[in-house]
Design a protein around this ligand. Sequence first.
Ligand code: C5P
Length: 320
Amino acid sequence: MTAVEEWDEGPFQPEAITVRVPAKINLSLSVGPLRPDGYHELVTVFHAVSLYDEVVARSARGIALSVEPLRRDSDVDAVPADERNLAWQAATLLAERCGVEPNVRLTIRKDIPVAGGMAGGSADAAATLVACDALWGTGLRRDELHDLAAQLGSDVPFALHGGTAIGTGRGEHISPVLASTGLEWVIAVLDAGLSTPKIFEACDARRRRSGEQAPAPGVHPDLMAALRSRDIGAIGAALYNDLQPAAVEVLPQIGELLALGVAAGACGSLVSGSGPTTVFLVDSPLAAANVEAELRASGRCRAVRRARGPVPGANVVNVR
Ligand code: C5P
């Protein structure tokens, strides 16, 4: 008789977790009044697109963070690699919440434009929550991660969620939209970055100058109907962003790019969030190629990219 060997390795302890997380654009962004807490009440339709950052979390002693470009034209110089980074804050918050030591070495590989209005920093924070939760075995439910995400920033919960979803409150309350339509985008990344608080302030200042009261925010029914009907032309016509006039005022070249993309055949154009990234909805490969070529030829873009949406939110793509 042969002896049966005992095989008990104990719980699996991963050494490294890689999480991929998408950028977002806002198909609509309706900005209401400034609240006493300094945020604006808003209603937005978030849409996750296939430009991704990756966060690798490795076991370590203490916390450390580094930032790398994922592609040659990714610009990471402006990204802080210390506790100012929202990913660092995400790891610390999760550790506090779960009563564990924040032992992790984080590597952020960036492809989402920095300060572009595509929520790259928020995406990295969401990815860090998912990665550290898996690395440390803290096993939080999605709704518990969502609560932590909301404490970190208005756009962080959506980066966990992905897809197409309505955001309310300051953006942190998420409800999914049934929009099965796959959308194709051309994305123009400018060299400049715009500060989100400054663009919200500029929006308020424009309203004060024109004597306009901030309206109660909402989603235009045309957009919801267009998303349901899969009518790309109607979706293009219904895209809107209350922050766009302020972003164009601060950086007039945004307005020129928007006009250029539409003249080249885009069905719709939009400033993404608080800008300065501009996005163009296209309905055919030919239109995509034309829009891309015109934007590149303008000499005003640091990068021109194609992406599709909706795509899923932050998820683990590798465990070692
Ligand atoms: O939540 P987050 O830190 O991403 O927001 C950055 C800044 O953007 C806020 O400090 C605020 O100035 C502005 N903001 C706002 N209203 C929102 C979301 C953000 O005024 N709903």
